[in-house]
Design a protein around this ligand. Structure first.
Ligand code: SIN
Ligand code: CO
Length: 384
């Protein structure tokens, strides 16, 4: 039987001499960690101009934060060149989410953090700010690694409990930020912050920061989405009946018998372990609302696709989200139940975002062709 190669989850990034186990035990979700030279000689992945161009695209989520004479403004993209032409007299910062949807090198950067499960990973956000720019003191609800690219940034952080925001601003800026520690980060340095840790980053020159962000849905979000899932997946027989109906003094009044019967009916709402697995896989692999997949421009027929894939291998579309659990593969919000051999092959694809020709078997042919036709994966480009 074909064996999936054991995934290598060694971080391809320095954690300041810590093993992933020690980092996760002592820092993850607990306390900040400054790592000098996390990626020595990190040159960044794109220029400020390329970031700006990405912000013109309507499939990129971008924000422009400006501050003039103490007045903060927030504008959402897509932007046009004229949005950047009048910024010289103010502090500003451009932030673009999901850079991993556009640059293979950005997905490779995220792969360096594979010691944290994919289900927790959100995206790579990149910001640019000229000297003095920043988005003000704030905290995030998520864990984040802030990796410095171009230039340098002063980071100030605080464990303060005071989370009062300045009222009536378009972004949430802490009213009473009291920095407790600060450092200047240069290219390749990285700061890990757990959720709700107050921070403020000020660009010291033309500065690009790479935020590796994680997702942790709120309980409200999980419950709401699970109820949506149940709505689509729950089948209930029967209909309201009242063969013993009595006339009422107030015909407009809902009777206690009716309440009781509805209460009994609602107790039919139930779920099992499989529902939880299916819901979570679909929910976590669901593309963000602005993400769409197109069929390949020139759709190959199945035999040609398979023949070519045996030569070049395949790779996932940068926008594809793929997760696996208990014999099921979840891809872009869809569930795919597969046999154990196919599961090993496809989990390998999910772990590594690609499969070499030698990793492909006949078990997954139909599935891979269907995903290719849906735009979820392509033939690997850089091999002949
Ligand atoms: C930035 O890159 O300017 C801000 C990142 C953050 O504070 O999370
Ligand atoms: Co932040």
């Amino acid at each position: 039987m074909k064996q999936a190669s054991k995934p290598d989850i060694t971080p391809i990034i320095s954690l300041g001499g810590l093993t992933p186990e020690v980092f996760l035990r002592d820092y993850w979700q607990k306390k900040p960690l400054l790592i000098r030279g996390a990626i020595p000689d990190f040159q960044g992945l794109l220029t400020p101009e390329a970031l700006q161009k990405l912000s013109y695209q309507d499939d990129a989520e971008s924000r422009l934060v400006t501050r003039k004479d103490g007045h903060w403004k927030l504008k959402h993209g897509p932007f046009a060149p004229r949005d950047f032409s009048k910024l010289h007299q103010q502090n500003w910062s451009l932030l673009v989410q999901d850079i991993n949807h556009f640059l293979p090198s950005a997905r490779n950067l995220l792969s360096r953090f594979r010691f944290i499960p994919h289900a927790r990973l959100d995206d790579l956000m990149v910001s640019f700010a000229p000297e003095g720019g920043g988005i003000g003191p704030h905290f995030d609800s998520y864990d984040v690694f802030l990796l410095q690219g171009l230039g340098s940034r002063r980071w100030q952080i605080s464990a303060q409990r005071d989370d009062e925001f300045i009222p009536n601003l378009p972004l949430r800026i802490l009213k009473n930020f009291k920095p407790e520690q600060e450092w200047i980060l240069n290219a390749g340095d990285m700061l890990y912050l757990p959720p709700h840790y107050a921070h403020n980053g000020i660009a010291l020159d033309d500065c690009m920061t790479y935020s590796i962000g994680f997702r942790a849905p709120s309980h409200q979000e999980l419950i709401t989405q699970f109820l949506v899932y149940l709505q689509d997946n729950l089948k209930a027989d029967g209909r309201y009946t009242d063969p013993d109906l009595k006339a009422q003094i107030h015909p407009a009044e809902i009777s206690s018998e009716m309440h009781e019967q509805v209460n009994t009916i609602l107790k039919k709402i139930s779920w099992n372990q499989q529902n939880i697995e299916d819901f979570l896989g679909c929910y976590l692999s669901e593309p963000k609302p602005h993400v769409f997949f197109d069929q390949p421009d020139e759709l190959l027929d199945s035999a040609t696709f398979l023949h070519k894939s045996e030569e070049s291998g395949i790779e996932l579309n940068l926008k594809t989200r793929i997760l696996a659990s208990t014999g099921k593969i979840f891809i872009n919000g869809e569930i795919c139940k597969v046999d154990p051999i196919a599961y090993l092959e496809l989990i390998n694809l999910a772990n590594n975002y690609e499969l070499a020709p030698s990793d492909l078997s006949s078990h997954t042919r139909n599935i891979l062709y269907k995903w290719y036709a849906s735009g979820y994966l392509t033939l690997k480009k850089n091999s002949s």
